[in-house]
Design a protein around this ligand. Structure first.
Ligand code: CA
Length: 387
């Protein structure tokens, strides 16, 4: 019986998926119960095709991902799961702070998995839109997870694209990387924190993690330095130190001089500079974004007790923590802006309201971005209702 809302074209697509699934060892009962029951959700196509309205400055990105609360929560997780993390380190060679930092950035230590049913998303995107071939592979791998008994279908919820669980793996990553670490016979990255922490470490190990090496350090450049930068422009560490590059805290760099290192300047020469090693690339591979890798690397340092960067970002208007974003939203609501619920996300409705406030306050540019300046201005202007 076809699901409600399915067109004939969608039904033909589901039939084709059924043949493929059968060819890959998925039983008819698993396929019918989990795919034939899906009502397609065309609203996913807007997400598939959406372009970001503006690129987030790295100081905003980091201010939200590495805030005091995420550091405090992560330190609590390090203590709470110390036993598992030390067994994970013994087996995979990845230290507890790095594993917990990935967990904190991916799912806020298990607090946010995403809310979209995976089977609806992946079946819809297997039959509609411009990346059907990719999503078909992910759908088949989701059915493998269900058929093996690793995770029950009703617990498979995640991002619109299909990343789910503590580690926010895609189903194909799950198939390759997930491990059963608590020994119950199931690889469960939704319900088992030990399985999730070990799978994160397994991912980093497979991505070339070097046990005992640092990800990198913030460094100070000698005056007049105009050397080559860029994460993929690797030179032996000794070449950089010969040119006068030093750690900002003056400490030694505890790796050998022939270790490949790159000069990473995420906001150009005016912002903080870093020397990064192989382990930075391993973190980068988790999500293929340098800002993402820096967030995890920096969070791992903060979890070990380190402070913020020595050099500030090149902006007069630094970014907001999640608590400060919620405060901005609360102040916008108090002023009569209809921005929905306070979730700390500063989405479309919040940005529209921020633009109105920027115009009203004579701030430039009118771009819908809220930093410390907007927060202070809203605090100062009081709860006047605009409408
Ligand atoms: Ca398990």
């Amino acid at each position: 019986m076809p699901a409600a809302g399915a067109t004939p074209a969608f039904e033909r697509c589901v039939d084709a998926l059924g043949s493929r699934a059968a060819g890959e060892g998925i039983s008819a009962s698993v396929f019918d119960a989990n795919v034939r029951t899906v009502t397609p959700d065309p609203s996913l196509l807007a997400l598939l095709n959406s372009q970001p309205e503006f690129s987030t400055p790295i100081w905003d990105y980091l201010a939200g991902l590495v805030d005091d609360k995420r550091v405090a929560d992560g330190q609590r997780m390090l203590a709470e799961h110390a036993g598992v993390l030390s067994r994970v380190e013994a087996k995979y060679g990845v230290d507890p702070a790095t594993v917990v930092a990935v967990w904190g950035v991916e799912s806020d230590y298990g607090a946010t998995f995403g809310k979209r049913p995976l089977l609806t998303s992946l079946t819809t995107l297997s039959c509609m839109g411009r990346r059907q071939s990719f999503f078909r592979g992910e759908l088949i791998d989701t059915l493998r997870i269900i058929q093996s008994g690793d995770v029950a279908p009703e617990r498979l919820v995640g991002s619109w694209a299909g990343a789910f669980g503590h580690t926010q793996f895609m189903p194909s990553t799950y198939r390759r990387i997930a491990v059963d670490f608590d020994g119950d016979g199931r690889r469960d990255l939704v319900g088992s924190i030990p399985d999730a922490l070990a799978s994160t470490a397994n991912y980093l190990k497979r991505s070339g993690w070097r046990s005992g090496q640092p990800w990198g350090y913030e460094i100070r450049l000698p005056s007049g330095f105009d050397g080559p930068a860029g994460r993929t422009n690797r030179r032996p560490l000794s070449e950089w130190t010969d040119r006068g590059i030093r750690r900002v805290d003056g400490g030694a760099i505890p790796v050998s001089g022939n270790t490949p290192a790159a000069l990473f300047q995420p906001a150009g020469a005016a912002g903080p500079s870093f020397l990064v090693f192989k382990n930075f690339d391993a973190i980068y591979s988790y999500n293929a974004a340098e800002s993402y890798a820096l967030a995890i690397a920096h969070l791992s340092d903060r979890l070990r007790g380190g402070g913020g960067f020595a050099k500030g970002w090149p902006t007069a208007d630094p970014g907001l923590s999640r608590a400060e974003r919620r405060e901005v939203q609360t102040l916008l609501l108090a002023r009569g802006h209809d921005i929905g619920e306070v979730d700390g996300m500063l989405g479309k409705a919040s940005r529209a309201a921020i633009k109105l406030e920027q115009a009203r306050m004579g701030m430039q540019p009118i771009d819908g971005r809220a930093g410390q300046r907007m927060l202070k201005a809203l605090r100062a202007s009081g709860p006047v209702r605009l409408k």
